[in-house]
Ligand binder design. Structure first.
Ligand code: ATP
Length: 209
């Protein structure tokens, strides 16, 4: 069973990394693939160039077994739709291996507005990384989907290639790439919010000033 964490990673920070490691361990995943997007479709475009976002990602996960970078969106022209990424992964990995799309709570709230959400859910499970204890406040349509597809036992995810929704509590870290970019723009240090080698790359390349 493989975990997939898509994002801008502009820059990658400890919120992404700790959540990925929590899921890797809690769900006993074979690996978590970080998939940096090329062209955003639901949000403003990334600030740092793709090559530097990838370099920061690789520096962040270097030496950590189970965390890997997957560059398929960066090499695919046009909008980075999760649906297309999952189709590409399925053509490579086949239809049997369970895939878990890891998404934050904020991203899940807008899931039904994504491109082909129900097909995404056929291609993979959704693992919603959330704050322990809080899983309410969803729209009625999303609540209905959770009623039909939700499961509480991570073991159930291994029984099918996709189609289920699991809420996975992860370590809460009040950190976002936006905040890191704002700190750097104001001339303040974002240290301890992201790995030192990532910060060193930001400084060397003059990113986010
Ligand atoms: P930005 O501030 O630029 O919007 P971000 O910090 O939210 O960026 P993304 O690269 O957009 O980072 O996020 C990729 C994925 O990681 C999303 O599913 C998002 O919900 C999740 N994520 C982001 N920050 C955290 C965090 N602190 N803890 C857990 N998950 C997070």
């Amino acid at each position: 069973m493989i975990g997939l964490l898509g994002g801008t990673f502009d820059p990658i920070h400890f919120g992404h990394l700790r959540s990925a490691l929590d899921c890797l361990q809690a769900l006993d995943l074979h690996e978590v693939r970080f998939i940096p997007l090329n062209v955003a479709v639901h949000r403003p475009q990334p600030v740092a160039p793709a090559a530097l976002r990838l370099a920061m990602l690789e520096a962040a996960i270097a030496g950590q077994p189970g965390l890997v970078a997957d560059t398929r969106e960066l090499t695919r022209p046009g909008g980075s739709f999760s649906h297309d990424t999952l189709v590409s992964l399925r053509s490579e990995l086949g239809g049997v291996e369970p895939l878990c799309l890891l998404i934050g709570w904020d991203a899940f709230e807008g899931f039904l507005d994504w491109y082909r959400p129900l097909e995404i859910l056929d291609l993979a499970h959704l693992v919603v990384m959330h704050r322990p204890g809080s899983v309410d406040g969803l729209s009625p349509d999303l609540e209905d989907l959770v009623r039909r597809r939700g499961c509480a036992d991570p073991g159930v995810l291994r029984d099918s290639p996709g189609g289920r929704i699991l809420f996975q509590p992860v370590t809460q870290m009040e950190v976002s790439s936006t905040r890191i970019r704002q700190l750097i723009r104001r001339g303040l240090s974002p240290r301890y919010l992201l790995p030192d080698p990532v910060l060193a790359l930001c400084e060397r390349e003059g990113l986010y000033r």
